[in-house]
Design a protein around this ligand. Structure first.
Ligand code: NAD
Length: 503
């Protein structure tokens, strides 16, 4: 890893402008494909946190009061600007995350979908009205913003995950503070500038860089009303517990161990194509990556052979190289952890089908590389099965029947995504009804819902009861008001009644 001196410093974005803040701590940011330090990231201190929250509080009051027409105009403009800057955003993602440029553009595309959904906010915020619930009495309801909300996001989608949150929070009238991952923070600053260029008032979208200290400050700050978190399960659980104990509304999305069941009646070429793409795309660093292939009956041997052919053919390189299909993993520590888990599985008797542990990419010897890896005959007691590996590793577990596969999935503590490959409608229907998982694909390996449905897992993959973006996002960032109204005619005084009102 490089120790080269860098001069680039990544700032916060507070109250409408880049800011060095007052904190004196910094942290290096790497290009994982080259192993070079590319920048120093400023980490917020308490004064930075207080200044950011104060700016958000002041902005929330006026932004929450602004007309829907004006809010929508900003969202439309922001959508246009993100689309115009897709290349620039993708370059920032690839330089700090390592995923290939085409994949980086894919995540921005999914983020754009959420902005488009948020552009329809006037109809999403339409309330309900009941006329004449009692004589002369009407009841109506509508939703108001929470106020100040914070989003704490993971390294693996530095644009998409912030865009799962911010457009929804802002469209519903809140001020939003983004605490991005320390590993790939640059794209968030460009997003901040695009929001400003779109006409968003200062303080409505801010970026505060930091680590646990900043997160803890947000979770406990009396002026923060809601927290959206996406990251690993232990931190999601901690965030949920801490912030709810401090009276905040919280949605905390955690990690995953996504299984795909392959039945013998599936088109195995199609299944192998999708399994390889879902396991090795983005170096397996997706919360919806398929990391366990559950091969049913005699599908196994042929399936493993077909996945092997695809795994060895994946073009691993710096994500900026044309034609590259997979980049490096995020840190040396991540590489070390992945290699250790694979080595333990091998020692415990699993069969190495494709071994990516020693991969070196010529010209990028200092990069954090792990090649596509396939391990067969994995048992549930192995760490390779139990832990979220978050690397380009597909483990194959063999079972006898669909029912055994469903039992396996339902015994797993995670419940983010799952998929079935089959040509049987009856089997697919049985599967979709039986699994305890939030997002299910039928011959679709990465069933990330479109923006007008909401995204969320079950069990250890989500703490809190609201899924993210889509209709549940609108609900999460707002609270309801119900008004019971009577306009008595001056001549119709009803007199006092001391009973509980009935209709
Ligand atoms: P992470 O949990 O390490 O970090 C997420 C955020 O939490 C970061 O902003 C980080 O600064 C902060 N954080 C880290 N440690 C903390 C601590 N001790 N106290 C307070 N805050 C802390 O996750 P990551 O490695 O950046 O991202 C990968 C994880 O995110 C994987 O587990 C992946 O499955 C998960 N993920 C889940 C979803 C989903 O939708 N369920 C989506 C993307 C990623």
């Amino acid at each position: 890893m490089s120790t080269t001196t860098v001069t680039t410093t990544i700032n916060h974005f507070i109250n409408g402008a880049e800011s060095a803040g007052e904190g004196d701590r910094t942290q290096p940011v790497y290009n994982p494909a080259t192993g070079q330090v590319t920048a120093e990231l400023r980490l917020a201190n308490r004064a930075d946190l207080d200044n950011t929250v104060a700016a958000a509080r002041a902005a929330a009051d006026s932004w929450g009061d602004i007309s829907l027409a004006k809010r929508t105009a900003v969202l439309f403009k922001f959508r246009e600007l993100v689309a115009e800057h897709i290349d620039e955003l993708a370059e920032l993602i690839t330089a700090e995350h390592g995923k290939v440029l085409s994949d980086a553009k894919g995540e921005i595309g999914r983020g754009l979908e959420v902005i488009e959904f948020a552009c329809g906010i006037p109809s999403l915020l339409k309330g309900d009205y009941s006329d004449q619930v009692s004589t002369g009495i009407d009841v109506f309801s509508f939703r108001e913003p929470l106020g100040v909300v914070a989003g704490i996001t993971p390294f693996n989608f530095p644009v998409m995950v912030p865009l799962w949150m911010a457009p929804m929070a802002i469209a519903t009238g809140n001020a939003f503070i983004l605490k991005p991952s320390e590993r790939d923070p640059s794209a968030s600053l460009l997003l901040a500038k695009l929001w400003k260029d779109a006409g968003l008032p200062d303080g409505v979208f801010q970026v505060l860089h930091g680590d646990k200290e900043t997160v803890d400050g947000l979770l406990t700050h009396p002026d923060v009303d809601g927290i959206s978190f996406v990251g690993s399960t232990p931190i999601a659980k901690y965030v949920h517990e801490t912030a709810t104990a401090h009276g905040k509304r919280v949605q905390a999305l955690g990690g995953a161990k996504n299984h795909a069941i392959i039945l013998p009646d599936a088109d195995l070429d199609n299944a192998a194509d999708h399994l390889a793409a879902a396991a090795f795309g983005s170096a397996g660093e997706r919360c919806m990556a398929i990391s366990v292939a559950v091969a049913v009956g005699d599908a196994a041997d042929l399936l493993v052979k077909k996945v092997e052919e695809r795994a060895v053919a994946v073009k691993v390189n710096n994500g900026t190289v044309p034609g590259a299909e997979m980049g490096p993993v995020i840190t040396p520590a991540s590489k070390e952890r992945i290699v250790k888990i694979v080595t333990e599985a091998e020692a415990a008797g699993a069969a190495m089908v494709v071994d990516g542990r020693d991969l070196v990419v010529p010209g990028h010897e200092e990069g954090f590389w792990v090649g596509p890896t396939v391990i067969d005959h994995v048992k549930t007691e192995m760490t390779a099965y139990q832990e979220e590996i978050f690397g380009p590793v597909l483990v194959v577990v063999r079972v006898d029947t669909l029912e055994d596969g469903i039992k396996l999935i339902n015994s797993n503590p995670y419940g983010n995504g799952t998929a079935i490959f089959t040509s049987s409608g009856a089997a697919a229907r049985k599967f979709q009804r039986a699994v305890t998982v939030g997002m299910i694909g039928i011959n679709v390996p990465l069933p990330v819902p479109v923006a007008y449905h909401s995204f969320g897992g079950w069990k250890a993959s989500l703490f809190g009861d609201k899924h993210i973006y889509g209709p549940e996002g609108v609900s999460f960032y707002t609270r309801g008001k119900v008004i019971t109204s009577r306009w008595p005619e001056p001549t119709h005084a009803s007199g006092a009644s001391y009973n509980f009102p009935s209709n």
